[in-house]
Design a protein around this ligand. Structure first.
Ligand SMILES: *Cc1c(COP(=O)(O)O)cnc(C)c1O
Length: 381
């Protein structure tokens, strides 16, 4: 099956009891057993739930994996992944990382004896000096949040596997969605999604997932999901099953709108820099073109006028783009990373990687292209 067919059909069978074409919401914590230990494969919803299973099968297919496990949030999915590691282990990760991932690594997992190296991976070779006998995972985010830097997934995976073939390579694929980029095909072992964003697609669910194709890794992560218990509820799984069916249509629209908007503002005199991997001026345009189907719906830019006041003035003038955290929904959103999504990164660290007070991030929705361009232009003027 190709992508659109999988998005509509994978993992979803008519309900065996009634023939309902859409997976029912099995809103139940437990399942009746005929006798002790005699049951239909469902005992307790932390371990097994039919609605969740349908979603997990669908997600595994979309990433060209064999298994997927879902969690109560994207961060809960990363948290589950980190539980594969032991004190003393080291992780090499992208330096321009989602703020919450950075917080989880530095404020929680460093207390448990893990060590994280934050590396600029836009040049894949940069990871080499950080690989040693203790390195157990390489954690990639691409495109990065919020600076839209691109990491060559295949190049980084190749270097990691050459160092040690058991070295796990994980990719936070949230910004691209499985429609635009499929890291398992590029050498990664595990893909993570904040389903909250494009997979859900309607800004109505918090959820995360891990996808993989190695049976042993799947067994380990399934056990962590069960033993630690951060599973999503069946109602949320139903909403995501619905969202997934239009993922390809939405991503085409997000990509089309964002590309047009980026082009329209690229040379605007009120802007110092525009970050979008689909602009030929983007330093990693060629890599993005190679590993992504389109360039996605996220744009960021730096206002020429510095300071948080200018950023706030611009944002308040927007009519269509709503000021909000998050991304990936059908509606357009505008975020100020330094004070919102990335406020948990200390200011000196933030500025060092380029998240200044004049940086604005847009999640470009699927509204009419002209309306979106018009809104940004009027707010800039
Ligand atoms: C939102 C996000 C996360 C965290 O996901 P939650 O569902 O909010 O826990 C992780 N990575 C990226 C790139 C994100 O945008």
């Amino acid at each position: 099956m190709k992508f659109a067919t999988k998005a509509v059909h994978a993992g979803v069978e008519p309900d065996p009891v009634t023939g309902a074409i859409m997976t029912p919401i099995y809103q139940t914590s437990t399942f009746v057993q005929e006798g002790p230990g005699i049951h239909k494969g469902f005992e307790y919803s932390r371990a097994q739930n039919p609605t969740r299973f349908a979603l997990e099968a669908s997600l595994a297919a979309l990433e060209n994996g064999t298994h997927a496990y879902t969690f109560g949030s994207g961060l809960a999915a990363i948290d589950a992944l980190m539980k594969l590691l032991k004190p003393g282990d080291e992780v090499v990760c992208t330096n321009d990382l989602y703020g919450g991932s950075y917080r989880l690594f530095t404020k929680i997992y460093e207390n448990f004896g893990l060590k994280f190296h934050f590396v600029d991976m836009t040049t894949a070779e940069n990871i080499k000096p950080f690989l040693n006998a203790k390195t157990k995972m390489v954690w990639i985010e691409t495109p990065t949040n919020p600076l839209m830097r691109i990491v060559d997934i295949k190049a980084v995976s190749d270097i990691a596997k050459a160092h040690h073939k058991e070295l796990l390579v994980g990719v936070d694929n949230t910004f691209a969605s499985p429609y635009l980029q499929q890291p398992l095909d590029l050498g990664a072992d595990v893909v993570m999604h904040s389903i909250t964003k494009y997979l859900g697609g309607h800004s109505d669910v918090i959820m995360g997932a891990l996808m993989m194709k190695d049976a042993k890794l799947a067994e380990q992560l399934k056990f962590i999901q069960f033993a630690c218990g951060a599973v999503p509820g069946p109602q949320d799984c139903f909403l995501v099953l619905r969202g997934v069916k239009t993922l390809h249509l939405r991503m085409d629209a997000h990509g089309r709108n964002a590309a047009a908007l980026a082009k329209a503002i690229e040379k605007h005199p009120k802007l110092a820099e525009v970050f979008y991997p689909g602009l030929e001026s983007h330093p990693s345009y060629q890599i993005a073109k190679q590993q992504m189907r389109n360039f996605g719906g996220m744009i960021s830019f730096r206002l020429a006028e510095e300071g948080i006041e200018a950023a706030a003035r611009f944002m308040k003038r927007l009519q269509l783009f709503a000021i909000a955290e998050s991304l990936g929904g059908v509606e357009s959103l505008c975020n100020h990373p330094a004070s919102m999504t990335h406020a948990s990164i200390p200011k000196p660290e933030r500025e060092k990687i380029g998240i200044t007070d004049s940086l604005i991030r847009l999640s470009v929705g699927i509204e009419d292209t002209d309306d979106l361009i018009q809104d940004i232009l009027q707010a800039l003027d």
